[in-house]
Ligand binder design. Sequence first.
Ligand code: 5GP
Length: 203
Amino acid sequence: MQRKKDKGQLIVLSGPSGVGKSTVIAELLSQRQNIYFSVSYTTRQPRVGEQDGVNYNFVDRAEFERMIAEGELLEYAEYVNNYYGTSLKAIQDRLDGGIDVLLDIEVQGAAKVRARCPEALFIFIIPPSFEELSRRLHRRNTDSEDVITGRLEKARVEFKEIPGYDYLVINDKVSEAVAEIEAILTAAECRVDSRKSILAQFA
Ligand code: 5GP
């Protein structure tokens, strides 16, 4: 039986560019109900196949800076010369409606969410090895060599932030990474704190 929750769980997923987060997320969303993927705002150019409003909301710098100034973002960060940020309103309405919200954000943004929403779940995804990350970025064939070098350097910096996360998932096989995340989310749902309204009838 699917029980409606009092409040949705905020889930923060981070991991270096190229680790396969988008694939893992797509698979997770296809398997799990009652979960909403927060579509971020970014000033970066769409990659081939990316759709506005689906993968990201693509905006220019002026619009992004307006959103910052007007307090519309839960968090934002600058990553390899582009802004990325999460709309506060889009996620708040869902959480209040009992729907889980998944954020795919980098480490600086995750630290800001940790400060504002300490009850969120923080999951970091790593590749099986650094060499494999480099191979995946090259195989993706969407970024120039300079951009790839920047992303790999950034990955090394990001790995230093892993101790601030609650869970570490290794994306060797997508199905296994998804199963680990499913297990984390199910365990979080079973916490006594998450089941207060069910508990009330046993008082
Ligand atoms: P990409 O350009 O590869 O799509 O994303 C680059 C990085 O930006 C990834 O690590 C991704 O998790 C992060 N990112 C995407 N959306 C957001 C966001 O709304 N806020 C922050 N802080 N990072 C984001």
